[in-house]
Design a protein around this ligand. Structure first.
Ligand code: SAM
Length: 181
């Protein structure tokens, strides 16, 4: 993982970031870090988390994609918010009660999409700080999506809008991979 003060987007990565607010469940965090590594999206973990988010812990859990991910840990929401304001990143909060449908927000390069903790979402100070809040529409009467699924839906829409998905893999590359097993 990179240090807190090295939070710039690495070269060759999508100009979007995924922020995880005080995550509770390591498997969900691992899933989102894996997705971010595959899509070239940097990850910000806003602590405290309910588990040890050090490299050692994730590696032991088999979450080896962390080696391909750019993960930055922030010691608190205040520290994260200070950093992102200074760096000029908008904060887009994804919550079940977000104001705008995720399909209707105009995402911009540099945006940070934040997901809440599994047990309790985010604190009121996060709503107050966010530049926009979005929700993924759901069927009436159902409480929420799994956090990693919500992250995938919102990030997918944001990347689609800004043309931020990785360049397509050439057919020849697939053939070479197939032959090498
Ligand atoms: C399991 S939900 C918990 C949120 C909810 N406030 C609660 O306490 O029941 C964990 C996180 O997933 C994200 N999430 C889940 N469903 C969502 C939806 N329909 N739209 C946007 N984000 C969602 C939010 O970031 C949320 O904080």
């Amino acid at each position: 993982m990179t240090a807190t003060d090295e939070a710039g987007s690495p070269r060759g990565r999508a100009p979007l970031r995924l922020a995880l607010y005080q995550p509770d469940i390591p498997q969900n965090t691992g899933t989102m870090i894996r997705m971010a590594a595959c899509l070239g999206v940097a990850v910000d973990i806003v602590e405290p988390a309910a588990f040890d988010v050090s490299d050692r812990h994730f590696r032991r859990s088999g979450m080896d994609y962390i080696e391909r991910a750019a993960v930055t840990r922030h010691i608190s929401f205040a520290a994260f918010d200070r950093w992102r304001r200074e760096a000029g990143h908008r904060l887009i909060l994804a919550e079940t009660d977000g104001r705008t449908r995720h399909l209707d927000l105009a995402f911009s390069p540099g945006d940070i999409v934040m997901l809440g903790r599994e047990s309790a979402g985010v604190a009121p100070e996060v709503y107050a700080a966010a530049d926009a809040t979005v929700h993924v529409p759901m069927q009436t009467g159902l409480r929420s999506l799994n956090v990693a699924i919500a992250a995938a839906l919102v990030l997918g829409e944001a990347l689609r809008q800004i043309g931020g998905f990785p360049a397509p893999v050439l057919a020849e590359d697939h053939e070479q991979k197939d032959q090498s097993g």
